[in-house]
Design a protein around this ligand. Structure first.
Ligand SMILES: [Zn+2]
Length: 180
């Protein structure tokens, strides 16, 4: 029962049969497409992931092979509102059911609520992790609240006050008081 599993060449059925777990910490730079979303920034940022195998109905003729995937990363991007850097948190927490082949996956895809993948004895879990994280990348990254409000007007209240015309009557009053 203590089989060793490789995240890049995963025997999916055996992983599910053993109800095995895998986890690790990769770097954003390990995922070329993900790193490209951050425009080369943050290659050293961690990508934490874990996978849990599960066999449903193991006594059934065709038991279901499941892998529950979790992954977290924080990607440095540029806010499209204020153009300052923004950390975008990406979170994946999704179960996948593995079926016999691509045709079965395509045929059952419409009816299944879960995501279907073709079973493999050398499945690349890290590629799936990258695919899923990429799907979480926002089309328009931005701060929930931008740190510095965008300047909407050049109006400066101090400038207006200083340039206001002097009130001639106020000046007259000063002169009178000075005399009294
Ligand atoms: Zn912003």
């Amino acid at each position: 029962m203590n089989r060793q599993f490789s995240p890049t060449r995963l025997d999916v059925r055996a992983f599910a049969e053993d109800a095995a777990q895998l986890s690790g910490t990769a770097r954003v730079g390990d995922f070329k497409r993900l790193a490209a979303e951050a425009a080369g920034q943050g290659n050293d940022r961690p990508v934490q992931w874990s996978a849990q195998g599960e066999m449903l109905n193991p006594r059934h003729v065709q038991p279901q092979v499941w892998v529950h995937l979790r992954a977290d990363a924080v990607l440095p991007m540029t806010c499209q509102r204020c153009l300052e850097p923004v950390d975008v948190a990406l979170q994946v927490d999704r179960p996948f059911r593995f079926v016999a082949d691509e045709e079965t996956a395509a045929a059952e895809d419409d009816e299944a609520e879960e995501d279907l993948l073709a079973i493999s004895r050398a499945f690349d879990l890290l590629q799936l992790i990258e695919d899923e994280l990429l799907m979480e990348v926002p089309v328009v990254p931005r701060h929930e609240v931008c740190p510095a409000p965008v300047q909407l007007s050049a109006a400066d209240p101090d400038f207006e006050e200083a340039s206001a015309p002097e009130n001639p009557f106020a000046r007259l009053k000063d002169l009178r008081n000075g005399r009294g």
